[in-house]
Design a protein around this ligand. Structure first.
Ligand code: EPU
Length: 340
């Protein structure tokens, strides 16, 4: 099998933070056979690989002395359906938002709260994408992966994927498995989740009293567009930090000092704080250092105004982390994957 391997390729167009680093080698693959051939080539050259999808959750901090494999497997297939559910298999290289819109157009629901999240379907399980009270794992059934250790394709169940908040087996054992396709079990009857954030308020304002999944999707798109920059217009990688979880005592102490602190009690008794609120209150919102900045409408998002490097972004992130540690005694963990 012939592979079109390119050399010294700029990755600027392949990461939504629009950081301009070079990959020593680059190849696009659209089948399992091509993926295997590319992995074999890298093994023969004794060179590391980076599996790349939509590049929407990535900070590239330096040129990469490796082979970037850009996953372009495409296709959506209805596996089976009954009166209540349909099982849909989606190839990893499909655009996430386009797939969500496709599912809604088929009369399937479940994914409406996850509208407009950037990136590819194959990346969605890695960080168990979530928004507006829904997570990928709610409708995930299984995934076909290629296990680089056993060199075999394997089907993983939901339990095997070990999903948690912005976390999964794929993130914990990073690099071992390549997600080839994801199988969703989507309900035909709407089961809407409207309790999170501004969703209900937005729908009421639009005078929509009995919303459909499509209405919820439109509401999510509108709310996201207000706060989260479109990577095509202003380069970014979504939330740059995870929302930190602290002990109930710690949250209580902070609440006494900052009565408006945004925090949510967790099932295990701990408290999840809104990192965006902490960063905003510390005065960082809209702050700009060269071309690296904190988004003016959402302090959780770091943006690249043009020529910021991954290092510039990480330096800004480190300053924010140090300030948040000092002010609140809270450790902020970087959410996207950092490479190089
Ligand atoms: N807040 C501020 N100032 C800010 C940002 C937020 O005061 O600059 C406050 C908000 O007013 C709100 C609270 O902090 O009371 C939480 O903010 P928001 O509802 O915007 O959500 P988030 O916790 O900041 C999370 C996800 C987003 C997801 C939204 C909506 C994480 C790390 N982020 O953000 O996910 O879209 O909820 O569900 O969990 C992503 O992962 O890339 C992402 C965008």
């Amino acid at each position: 099998m012939s592979l079109a391997i390119q050399e010294q390729v700029s990755l600027r167009a392949y990461n939504t933070l629009a950081v301009d680093v070079r990959a020593r080698f680059f190849v696009a693959v659209d089948s399992l056979e091509q993926l295997q051939a590319a992995l074999l080539w890298a093994q023969q050259q004794d060179i590391a690989v980076l599996l790349l999808g939509g590049g929407s959750n990535l900070v590239l901090a330096a040129d990469l002395d490796l082979l970037v494999i850009h996953l372009q497997l495409r296709g959506i297939q209805v596996l089976d359906e009954d009166a209540n559910f349909a099982r849909i298999e989606v190839q990893a290289g499909e655009n996430w938002h386009d797939f969500v819109q496709w599912s809604l157009a088929q009369g399937l629901s479940g994914l409406e709260n996850l509208s407009l999240i950037p990136g590819h379907v194959g990346a969605a399980p890695v960080q168990n994408i979530g928004a507006y009270g829904a997570e990928l794992q709610d409708y995930f059934e299984s995934a076909w992966v290629y296990d680089r250790q056993t060199q075999q394709p394997q089907r993983l169940t939901k339990a095997q994927c070990q999903f948690a908040y912005r976390d999964s087996l794929f993130k914990r054992e990073s690099g071992r498995r390549v997600i080839l396709s994801v199988i969703f079990k989507l309900p035909k009857q709407a089961d809407l989740r409207l309790d999170y954030g501004d969703l209900r308020g937005y729908l009421a304002q639009q005078q929509i009293s009995a919303p459909t999944p499509q209405d919820v999707s439109r509401a999510v798109c509108a709310i996201r567009a207000e706060k989260l920059p479109d990577p095509q217009q202003l380069a970014n990688t979504g939330s740059f930090f995870k929302n930190p979880v602290v002990s109930a005592e710690h949250a209580e102490q902070l609440k006494q000092r900052y009565p408006k602190l945004v925090c949510f009690a967790q099932a295990d008794g701990q408290s999840k704080l809104a990192a965006g609120w902490l960063i905003d209150q510390a005065g960082w919102k809209g702050h700009r250092q060269g071309d690296a900045g904190v988004h003016a409408k959402q302090a959780l998002v770091l943006v690249n105004y043009g020529t910021a490097s991954g290092q510039d972004i990480l330096q800004l992130a480190a300053q924010i982390q140090a300030d948040i540690r000092e002010r609140y005694g809270v450790e902020l963990e970087i959410e996207p994957n950092v490479l190089g």
